[in-house]
Design a protein around this ligand. Structure first.
Ligand SMILES: [Zn+2]
Length: 96
């Protein structure tokens, strides 16, 4: 557990480590307090883009190969999955 102090009333309480780098409401006065410490955004973006690179990009490449080879079913199928992966990526990055 992390210890944090309220900037408003100086109340000190413990918060779960998962809140590190985020913000919590003071249990005493309710003021939103920012927590120190690096957040896990590095991991978040690493996993998001890593997952996209592993799961999404191969379908984008397959779609391009399908188009180049004149195989429209392969292009459309892979392109759809790639578009879905891009949508999920955008949603994860900007949807929250
Ligand atoms: Zn407080």
């Amino acid at each position: 557990m992390l210890e944090t102090a309220c900037s408003q009333c100086n109340h000190v309480w413990s918060v779960p480590p998962s809140k590190k780098g985020g913000s919590v409401n003071c249990p005493s006065c309710g003021v939103l307090t920012e927590l120190d410490g690096a957040s896990d955004t590095g991991w978040f973006y690493g996993l998001t883009f890593g997952g996209f690179a592993v799961l999404g990009l191969p379908f984008g490449v397959m779609a391009v190969i399908g188009i180049l080879n004149g195989s429209m079913s392969m292009a459309v199928c892979s392109g759809s999955i790639f578009a879905l992966a891009v949508l999920v990526l955008l949603f994860v990055l900007f949807g929250s």
